[in-house]
Write a protein that binds this ligand. Structure first.
Ligand SMILES: [Zn+2]
Ligand SMILES: [Zn+2]
Length: 216
């Protein structure tokens, strides 16, 4: 019998209140950090408290507020983690995630990504599987992580509860963003839980019915 289940610890970190998600397969106690926003040492402590072992860092995109904690996480782990990013956001990573656009002083970006994400790729976390969904519009290499078995989606800055990601930063595009939401999110069942990069969680059905940016 497969008793694996997903445990999700949300942490709000950094200067722009970014959601970092520490996610683990409770069976194998293997964990990934989705978007370590800031304060990597605190993220690792949170995992240690639960006796989880962080092996992976998965980035939805390379704005600074989604990866400024990578260095701190890596420094506090015994083994170097896999760090996954879509290659279309690599130029943004090299610009330190556009931190200067926000007046944020430069920071240690930590080790560079060493896994290239691509659309449709499956990421394993213990016995759980997450599907990579390329979803440009907010940034060119933005992706979401979808765990069908646990009916949840980590939507980064593509879609928020009652909102959508901004498209005015370099590489952003409104029509592309709408297409990504239609194809990448609204193709999923209503009951899927959506965990965004900022603000509270929601569901696919609630956003389909009530998101003011998306209802006709
Ligand atoms: Zn962003
Ligand atoms: Zn963000």
């Amino acid at each position: 019998m497969n008793t694996a289940s997903l445990s999700i610890v949300p942490m709000v970190l950094g200067p722009v209140q970014t959601n970092t998600y520490l996610v683990a397969d409770t069976e194998s106690r293997v964990a990934a950090v989705i978007d370590p926003a800031w304060d990597g040492a605190a993220i690792v402590r949170e995992a240690e408290r639960r006796e989880w072992r962080i092996t992976d860092i998965w980035l939805t995109h390379a704005h600074f507020d989604h990866f400024a904690g990578v260095g701190g996480v890596a420094q506090n782990l015994d083994a170097a983690p896999r760090i996954a990013l879509h290659p279309l956001d690599w130029p943004l990573w090299q610009l330190r995630g556009g931190a200067a656009w926000f007046g944020v002083p430069t920071f240690d970006p930590g080790p560079p990504p060493n896994v290239e994400l691509e659309h449709g790729m499956q990421l394993a976390l213990g016995t759980l599987e997450f599907e990579v969904r390329h979803s440009p519009g907010h940034s060119p290499g933005h992706v979401m992580f979808y765990c069908a078995g646990q009916a949840c989606l980590f939507s980064g800055d593509l879609l928020f509860a009652g909102g959508v990601g901004r498209t005015d930063l370099p590489g952003g595009d409104w029509e592309t963003l709408l297409a990504s939401i239609r194809e990448g999110v609204f193709s999923l069942p209503d009951e899927v839980q959506v965990h965004p990069g900022h603000g509270p969680s929601t569901t696919v059905g609630r956003e389909r019915r009530t998101n003011p940016f998306l209802v006709d």
